[in-house]
Design a protein. Structure first.
Lengths: 299, 316
C-alpha cells in the first residue's frame, strides 16, 4: 500500500484566504498539492464518464475502414485501431467501465467488510474466530489469481468483474474495521451506553461506527485505484469486459499484437489507467492527511 | 519459540481447509464440466459415454462428496490429471515451477537493489532533489500497471532499440546468458511495483529511526555518520521492510500471471491462464491451491525470521 508523501504536506504552502477559513480537515487536504491534482483528475474522470456520449468525437464502435491503424492526427488525436475505430473515443468511453467497476466493487467490498468487521470485532468469540480464519484464507490467495479464477468461473461481464474484485478486497476492509472496533469497544463511552441499556446494534451503529469511519474512507479511496488496475488486468487477460465494449484493459489486449505497427493502440489506454490510478492514490493520501488525527495535530 | 511455532501451525490448519474449500469451490463453478471438456462437444453427444465418464470422475456425486474425494487425494499429493495434456497436475506444476521461481526471485533481488539505496538516500537527505526524484519514481511505480509497463519496455528495448529479445524463455542451466537476457524485461516489469513499495517503506522507517534516542547517543559519542546510518538506523529500519516483502509475495505471484503471459514465459502463472481457457479444471485447482499454500508458508517464514532479526520480539 502506498504511503503518503509527508514531505509535500510539510513543505506545502501556508493556508491563506479561502483555505484559512475552512475547518482543519479540508484545509489539510487542500494543502497537499498532490491531493489537489488527484482530485482534479478524478473529477475530470467522472466528467468524462458521465458525458462520454456528448464529448467523444466518434461513437466508440464506429468503424472507418479508410483509416485502419491510422497514426495520431488532428482527426484522430490518439489514432485508430485495427478496425478503424477512434482510440480517443474508446478511451473516453473506457473510463465508464473503469469507474463503474472500481467504485461498485469497492462499495460492495466495503459494505461486506464493514458488516463482517463490526460483527467480528464487537461479538468476538467463535464468530470472530470463524470470520478471521476465512479472511486469512482469502488473503492467502494472490489477489489477481483469485479474481481471475472467480471472473472466469462467473463468465466475462462487467457485473461479474465487480463481484470477483469485491470478493478479493472484502478481507482488507473486514480486518481494518475489526481492528478499529476492538480498540474502540472497551472505551468508557461505549461501556456507559451499555450500562444505560443500549443494545448491540445501537452501540455499533451510533457509537462505534462514527469513530472507525475515517480510516475506512481512506482505505476505500486507495482501494478504488487497485480495483481499477485489477479490472484492467482481468480484461487484459480476457476474462473481464466482453468486446466490443470499450474498456482500457481489453483495448490494451487488442492493441498489444500491433505493437510494431501501431504502438498508440496500447500506449493511450495504459496511460489512462496509469493516470487514474495515480490520481486516486494521491486523493487517498490527501484524505489520510485530512482525516488522520496524527496529521491534524501538525495542521 | 517451539510453543509459538506449534500454535502458529495449528492455526494454519483451519485456514488450509478453508483455502482448499475456496480453491475447489471457485474452480468447480467454471462453466461446463470436466467430462465435457475431456470428451469434446462431438463425443459428449454420446449420452452413455458422457454419463459413464461423469460417474468415473465422480461428477455425479453431491458437491460435498466431490470435495471430500478431491481433498482426500490432495492430502496424498495427488492433484489429479490435466484434461489437456493428460499429465499428472503436480508434475505439470513442478515442471513449470523453475521459470516462475527464477522470475520472482530475480525480481525480488532487483527490487531490493534499486529500492534500498533510493530509500536510504531519500531518508538521509529528505527534501533534496534525490529525495524528490525517488518519491516521484516510487509514486509512479505503485500506479503503473504491469501489463502496460511490460508492453512499453518491449516496444522500447526490443522493437525500437533492438537491444533485447522481445519474449521467450531459456533455462538458466542450459544457456545462462540467453536466460538472463530474456529475463531482464520481465524482471524490470515485475520488480517496479515492489521496488516502489519498499522504497517508501525504507524511507519512512529510516526517517523515524534516525530520530530515535540511541541515534542521538551514537552521534554524541562522535560516531561517524555513515556508521550511524548503516550499522544502527538501517538495521532497525529494515525490520518492517521484511514484513512488507513477506506481504508482497502474493502480489509478486499475481504479477507473475500477467508478466508470464506478456513475455511468453512457461511458468505457473501462464499455466493458470491457459488452464482457464482450456477449461482444465484440475490444473487450475492445483495452481490456485499451491500458490495460496506457498503464500501461507512464506508468511510463516516471515514471522519466524522476524524473531531472529529483531531480538526484542520474544515468542511465548
Amino acid at each position: 500500500m502506498m504511503r503518503g508523501s509527508h514531505s509535500q504536506e510539510e513543505g506545502a504552502v501556508r493556508a491563506t484566504g479561502f483555505c484559512a477559513r475552512l475547518p482543519v480537515g479540508p484545509r489539510l487536504f487542500l494543502r497537499t498539492r498532490l491531493a489537489g491534482f488527484g482530485l482534479f483528475v478524478f473529477v475530470a474522470l467522472v466528467f468524462l464518464a458521465l458525458s462520454a456520449d456528448l464529448i467523444s468525437p466518434y461513437k466508440p464502435a464506429t468503424q472507418d475502414y479508410t483509416a485502419v491503424l491510422a497514426r495520431p492526427s488532428v482527426a484522430h488525436p490518439m489514432g485508430t485501431d485495427e478496425m478503424g475505430r477512434d482510440v480517443l473515443s474508446r478511451v473516453i468511453h473506457g473510463s465508464r467501465v473503469s469507474l463503474v467497476v472500481g467504485l461498485l466493487s469497492v462499495a460492495l467490498a466495503c459494505g461486506a467488510g464493514i458488516v463482517v468487521g463490526l460483527a467480528s470485532g464487537y461479538c468476538g468469540g467463535w464468530l470472530d474466530e470463524a470470520f478471521m480464519r476465512l479472511v486469512d484464507a482469502v488473503y492467502s490467495f494472490p489477489a489477481l489469481l483469485l479474481a481471475l479464477a472467480i471472473a472466469a468461473a462467473l463468465g466475462p461481464s462487467i457485473l461479474n468483474a465487480v463481484i470477483a474484485i469485491a470478493v478479493v478486497y472484502t478481507p482488507s476492509f473486514a480486518r481494518l474495521v475489526r481492528g478499529q472496533v476492538l480498540s474502540v469497544r472497551e472505551r468508557d463511552y461505549v461501556s456507559a451506553v451499555r450500562a444505560l441499556g443500549g443494545g448491540a446494534p445501537r452501540i455499533m451503529l451510533r457509537h462505534i461506527w462514527p469513530n472507525v469511519s475515517s480510516p475506512i474512507i481512506v482505505q476505500a479511496s486507495l482501494s478504488v485505484s487497485f480495483a481499477i488496475i485489477t479490472e484492467a488486468a482481468l480484461s487484459f487477460l480476457g476474462v473481464g469486459v466482453r468486446p466490443p465494449t470499450a474498456a482500457w484493459g481489453s483495448m490494451l489486449r487488442n492493441g498489444y499484437p500491433y505493437m510494431e505497427q501501431a504502438v498508440w493502440l496500447a500506449f493511450f489506454p495504459g496511460l489512462a489507467i496509469f493516470l487514474a490510478v495515480l490520481a486516486l492514490n494521491f486523493l487517498g493520501d490527501g484524505l489520510r492527511a485530512a482525516l488522520d488525527p496524527r496529521f491534524r495535530q501538525r495542521g | 519459540m517451539r510453543a509459538f511455532l506449534l500454535r502458529r501451525m495449528l492455526t494454519m490448519i483451519p485456514v488450509l481447509v478453508l483455502v482448499s474449500l475456496i480453491a475447489f469451490g471457485v474452480t468447480s463453478l467454471l462453466p461446463g464440466d470436466a467430462a465435457l471438456a475431456i470428451l469434446g462437444e462431438s463425443l459428449a453427444k454420446d449420452e452413455k459415454l458422457y454419463q459413464s465418464l461423469r460417474r468415473e470422475l465422480g461428477l455425479d456425486l453431491p458437491v460435498y462428496a466431490q470435495y471430500l474425494r478431491w481433498g482426500g487425494r490432495v492430502l496424498t499429493g495427488d492433484l489429479g490429471v490435466s484434461i489437456r495434456s493428460k499429465q499428472p497436475v503436480l508434475e505439470a506444476i513442478l515442471q513449470r515451477l523453475p521459470p516462475t521461481i527464477q522470475l520472482t526471485m530475480m525480481s525480488l533481488v532487483l527490487a531490493l537493489v534499486v529500492a534500498l539505496p533510493i530509500g536510504l538516500i531519500s531518508a538521509v537527505r529528505p527534501n533534496s532533489w534525490a529525495d524528490i526524484v525517488g518519491t516521484v519514481l516510487a509514486l509512479s511505480g505503485v500506479a503503473v500497471p504491469h501489463f502496460w509497463l511490460g508492453i512499453l519496455l518491449m516496444f522500447l528495448l526490443a522493437v525500437w532499440l533492438g537491444l533485447l529479445p522481445p519474449s521467450g524463455y531459456a533455462r538458466l542451466l542450459d544457456d545462462p546468458l540467453a536466460s538472463l537476457r530474456l529475463m531482464i524485461m520481465p524482471c524490470m516489469t515485475l520488480a517496479t511495483g515492489l521496488a516502489a513499495v519498499v522504497t517508501r517503506q525504507v524511507r519512512s522507517a529510516l526517517l523515524e529511526a534516525l530520530q530515535d534516542d540511541y541515534i542521538r547517543t551514537a552521534r554524541s559519542k562522535g560516531l561517524e555518520e555513515r556508521a550511524i546510518v548503516v550499522r544502527h538506523a538501517l538495521r532497525n529500519a529494515l525490520i518492517p521492510v521484511v514484513t512488507i516483502i513477506g506481504m508482497q509475495t502474493g502480489r509478486l505471484f499475481g504479477g507473475a500471471v500477467v508478466v508470464e503471459t506478456i513475455f511468453s514465459i512457461p511458468g505457473i502463472g501462464r499455466l493458470a491462464v491457459d488452464s482457464i481457457f482450456y477449461r482444465d479444471f484440475p490444473v487450475l485447482q492445483g495452481v490456485v491451491l499451491l500458490m495460496a499454500v506457498a503464500v501461507l508458508l512464506i508468511n510463516l517464514a516471515t514471522d519466524i525470521l522476524y524473531g531472529y532479526i529483531d531480538p526484542r520480539i520474544r515468542y511465548t
